[in-house]
Structures are given as structure tokens and as C-alpha cells.
Write a protein that binds this ligand. Structure first.
Ligand code: ZN
Length: 395
């Protein structure tokens, strides 16, 4: 079993590899580090990270959309987007430091990579960002259908996997989305929230037409549903915003409007293709690199065989873990299960019951979120909690 811990580069920068790996490997008894190699931050990110045991500071506010390794720029020759090094950490090569220390200690490193979400590159290069239903470019999100944005992501992942000793890739925020707060004054329920993540850019229009979709029907359907909301009385907006009654889900509405379900399908196909491209590109690495992706049931997961190795879940307890594992075994019996444990106050989910379930459900990988935010005592608590499955956690 891979048993790792999420690590932000600023903690490695401040504490140094010896202290960090002593805590993760010796004290917590883990055999892997899941390092953020790209990370989000900046507006509209709220607040920073409270660091209870960091040797240099108590609070860190990360920069938006920078990388924490030394990029090989020749790999980015086919995209106009170029990686930007962290200025706050003086271009610190966290991945280089982590992989060297990991090799010395015989433990593995996974690259936790933020993909389409990028508040820096999207804000500075709106032509590569998603275009929302109101025709505005989203300053927080790169469109996965945009050729420069797609190639940037592929180059980034090739760079990480072929130039560093990395055994896994955890892909976060790959696809369509936004981290913009809802527009002030607009009533946003589940339907409108999802409508705000549809992309209407020229690259999407072209990709949809090339794949045989009727773009006008899809875009028209989405805008027609939006208009239903815009035409509601202000009293209704007010009641929805107060949660006075529940409105249908996006899936329920999508079933009623063919254009909308085709739009949803087109976006799923884009994500599938993007993941296939990632798998093809990282084949250039000499190592076998495992890809972990969220258990996103809006995607046809079966079709990710040979592409994604592990699906990630974050169960609240053993019962939910067993339920999610059963669903995954039913849909994708070939896939590994990756369980996330949360160490943030108010979200602890580590218990003797869940540790038993890791064994009975044959969980492949576990990861604790995260090194910097955890209390010091968590390292000892993890080691003790994992004692019953210690023989499974090999170096
Ligand atoms: Zn687009």
C-alpha cells in the first residue's frame, strides 16, 4: 500500500527536507509524499494556510498558478503558455528536493498537479481561458479544448514525469469549472452553478463541430435554461437564494433538454480525451507513473481503463468507504482505490474502523491532507492508527 501525505512546497522550503521527511516517514510511518508541483492561490482564493508547526512562519498566502520545479522550457515550444516559477519561494525546485530526499529514504513521490484551474495564466491570457454563458472570459480557468491550454498541460505533465523521479500523478481540477465566486445579484442554485461552468469559447465550438455535435442546439439550449432563471420574478430569486424550497438538479433538467445533455456529454468527452492525451504523453517517462483521478460519476469511468489507475475518494467513515468501494468495484473492477484522510480541524476521518476497512476493501493508496496544516501530534497519531496495517506499508 502507498501511504503518503500531501505536502505544500512552502513547508519543504521552510522546514527543509530532513525535518519534513523525518516527520512524514519516521514519525508518521508513511512511505510516500504527495507534493504540490503546481498550485492555486491569489484572487479569488480566500485566506491562506495556517501552519501550526512550520519552523519559519505561521501563515502563508500562496501565489496564483505558479510551478514548484525547474521547468524545461523546450517542452513548451508548441504552446504560447509558459510555466511561471514561484517568486515568493525564489523559484524553489521543491520537486527536485523532494525526489532526491525520497530516493535516499526509499520512499515514493507523487506529483499533485492542479490542471485547468490557473488564476494566473487564465487572468493574464484570457484568449486561452474558458468563456462563460455571458460571453466573458473566466480569469481562473484555462479551457481544456483550447490547443495552447491543452498542450501546456501535456507539456507540464511530461516535464514532471520525464525529468523527475515521480511514481504518481494526482490530477486536480482537470476539465471545466470556475473558482469565481457566484456573480453578485445572480441567483445560483445547482442548475445555474453548472451553467456557469459551460464553456462557449471558439475552441469548444470548433471541437464540438469536429466531433459531430450540433453546437447551435447545445449553446441555444443552455442559454434558454439560463433565460428561464433570468425571467423569474425577484421574489422567486429571493426565495431560491434563501433556500426556501429546493429546485431540480442539473441532471434532472438535462434529461428534459436534449441540447443540454449533449453539452454535458461533449464536456465529458473532452475530459476523457484530455486524460487519454495525458496518458499518451507521459508514456515518454521511463518510469511507470500511476494516474489518480477523482471518482467523478458524471464521467463514464469504465472508459478510463488503461488510462486512470486509481480513483480517489474521501469517505467520512468506514461505512461510506465500503459503499464507495462497492460502487467502484461494480463500475471499474480493474481500478485501484485511493482514500484521502483529512487532518484539517472539523474534518478528521481517521478511526480504527476506517483503518480496518482499508484492509478489507483492498485499498491501494492513502494520503493524508496535509503536512503543513496538521498539528504536530497528528504525525504520531497516524503512526499509531496505522499499526494494524503496518505490514502492508512497505518501503
Ligand atoms: Zn472552451
Amino acid at each position: 500500500m502507498i501511504a503518503g501525505m500531501y505536502l505544500h512546497p512552502w513547508d519543504l522550503f521552510d522546514d527543509g527536507p530532513k525535518v519534513v521527511f523525518d516527520n512524514i516517514v519516521d514519525r508518521a510511518g508513511l512511505n510516500s509524499v504527495n507534493l504540490a508541483t503546481t498550485y492555486h492561490g491569489g484572487p479569488p482564493f480566500r485566506g491562506g494556510f495556517f501552519l501550526p508547526h512550520n519552523l519559519k512562519r505561521r501563515l502563508y498566502i500562496p501565489e496564483a498558478g505558479v510551478v514548484y520545479f525547474k521547468p524545461h522550457l523546450e517542452l513548451y515550444r508548441n504552446t504560447r503558455l509558459k510555466p511561471i516559477l514561484s517568486r515568493q519561494l525564489s523559484g524553489f525546485d521543491a520537486l527536485g528536493v523532494a525526489t532526491e530526499e525520497a530516493e535516499r529514504r526509499g520512499v515514493s513521490v507523487s506529483s499533485w498537479t492542479i490542471c485547468s484551474r490557473n488564476e494566473r495564466l487564465a487572468a493574464e491570457n484570457p484568449e486561452f481561458a474558458t468563456e462563460n454563458i455571458f460571453g466573458l472570459r473566466d480569469p481562473t480557468w484555462l479551457c481544456p479544448n483550447n490547443p495552447d491550454a491543452r498542450e501546456y498541460l501535456l507539456a507540464l505533465l511530461e516535464d514532471i514525469t520525464s525529468n523527475y523521479r515521480v511514481d504518481g500523478l494526482e490530477l486536480e481540477s482537470l476539465g471545466f469549472g470556475t473558482v469565481m465566486p457566484p456573480p453578485r445579484g445572480l441567483v445560483v442554485d445547482r442548475i445555474v452553478g453548472r451553467l456557469l461552468t459551460l464553456c462557449f469559447c471558439e475552441a469548444c465550438r470548433r471541437a464540438a463541430r469536429d466531433a459531430g455535435y450540433d453546437w447551435e442546439a447545445m449553446a441555444g439550449a443552455a442559454k434558454a435554461i439560463m433565460k428561464v432563471y433570468l425571467d423569474l420574478e425577484p421574489e422567486v430569486w429571493d426565495a431560491i437564494s434563501r433556500g426556501a424550497f429546493s429546485t431540480p438538479s442539473f441532471t434532472e433538467i438535462e434529461r428534459q433538454v436534449e441540447g443540454l445533455s449533449r453539452f454535458e456529454e461533449f464536456q465529458s468527452e473532452t475530459i476523457l480525451q484530455c486524460l487519454k492525451d495525458v496518458r499518451d504523453r507521459i508514456r515518454r517517462s521511463r518510469r511507470k507513473v500511476k494516474i489518480a483521478f477523482p471518482m467523478d460519476l458524471s464521467l463514464p469511468l469504465k472508459r478510463l481503463q488503461g488510462i486512470v489507475d486509481n480513483f480517489m475518494i474521501s469517505p467520512q467513515g468506514p461505512q461510506q468507504l465500503k459503499h464507495q468501494a462497492a460502487i467502484l468495484r461494480f463500475i471499474v473492477p480493474w481500478a485501484g482505490i485511493q482514500v484521502g484522510f483529512n487532518l484539517l480541524p472539523g474534518t478528521y476521518n481517521l478511526s480504527p474502523g476506517i483503518v480496518d476497512a482499508l484492509k478489507s476493501e483492498g485499498v491501494d493508496t492513502i494520503n493524508f491532507y496535509n503536512y503543513g496544516n496538521a498539528h504536530q501530534k497528528c504525525f504520531d497519531a497516524i503512526k499509531m492508527a496505522l499499526e494494524p496495517i503496518r505490514p502492508l506499508i512497505k518501503r
